[in-house]
Design a protein around this ligand. Sequence first.
Ligand code: ADP
Length: 492
Amino acid sequence: MRTRLLLAFLGFAALVLGVLWLFQTFWLDDIYRSLRLAELQKSASELSEALHESESYEQFDRAVSELASENGICVSVYEIREDQIGKSGVMLMEKHVNTFCFIHNIGSSQLLNSLYSKAIENGGEYLERVDFSSLLSTEEKSADSGENVIRARVEEFGSSEVLMLFNTELIPLGSTVSTLRMQLLFISGILVVLAVIIAFIISSRMSKPIREMSVEASKLALGNYNVNFDGGGCSETENLSVTLNHAAYELSRLDKMQKDLIANVSHDLRTPLTMISGYTEAMRDLPGEATPENMQIVIDETKRLTNLVNDMLEVSRYQGGTQELKVTRFNLTDVIRTTFERYGKLRERDGYSITFEDRIGGDVFVEADEGKILQVMYNLVGNAVNYTGEDKAVIIRQSVVFSDSGEADEVMIEVIDHGIGISEEELPLVWERYYKVNDFHRRANMGTGLGLSIVKSILLLHCARFGVRSSLGEGSCFWYRLKIEDIRRVDM
Ligand code: ADP
């Protein structure tokens, strides 16, 4: 990063210097000349306008003075008169900007006549370059004496003609260019040093948080989750640090969950296995212990083991994305009734009351995977039974969700209990794999922590909306929605 920044800075400095070099030394003379010539041309046009617009001699005189001092040029205005000998110029006014104005020192009517006739030949305007140093005396010559440029312009004015002469000196810039070259050399040196220093400072500042973060990342790679990524104030590195901190948090959570899983699974496997081995040993060794009740306990515990293994397999299938939906159109209300009846029979002896609350008054048909939706119902009702409260009541409710246009759009299935409920912090976590509320008294005879994760995977595969409302001590309501394909009212 440091080398790249340094190269970028040096490149930029070289570019700036190159442009400066071209403009200040190479093209300086050309630019200066074209600017001065453009100034002369502009002055000629402005004075022509002033000549026609001025209402008095004084006003024109003022315009000429302003123009001469603003642009730093010498101006002379002649009126051309014709007599028996020919045309001759009569000086109307002359404006100096410095002590020596070439056109004011010519004193020769020959040059005046030649400028006039060349301007007439050229359509009213003529530019003359004069190397006047040959005309000057040695005292008048200075080091900066250079080329003189005269622009002559002839204008019709009433019945007569006016000749305007504009004169400026093109000072040779040789000495200025060599001074600038010298300056540029110094500037180049200073810029290179500055570029190195700035590149060094910036690269150190920019790379510091990245270096620190990579140290923390290597700790993370070794399994140390107690890391903190600091972005160092730059928005990009700050974003990166937020992402990395989040990743570290997620990894540590996953790690904890995996450790919990091993503890939970081994606990869940051990309990039925201990029961099975205890009962079977007793039946083998003790006469009269091989009763149908004891046999039933062994069968129940074996089923528990099978369920646990099946759940784990199911989750890993969803995780691997190998589960596919067998979508058919079926009667969802019938599926609810089946769940309701099966659980009803199972729980009758324990005093559970499972009610089906039909707010539609008919059978709802949906397009989904019937087997998987049945599994969703089993898992949700199973949880409600497991976690319900003193009243041992579970309600399964079906109702309609209307679209904005007032049509029956979706069917909403809710599984409600009035049990222990779930705290606000744990609410989003219950859908996660292997998540169980950390209560060992309850855990021993309850599920695997996989039921809701399976429900979530199935509903996500159906692109269905689902959720949970719950508060501690008041009970929970797990719900999901499916698109209604058809409703057959009971009275039809
Ligand atoms: P489990 O097999 O342990 O029930 P789930 O994935 O079905 O696993 O549920 C995850 C956790 O969510 C449960 O351990 C329990 O703490 C909580 N939970 C699920 N349903 C309910 C409910 N109806 N009332 C209270 N807590 C619930």
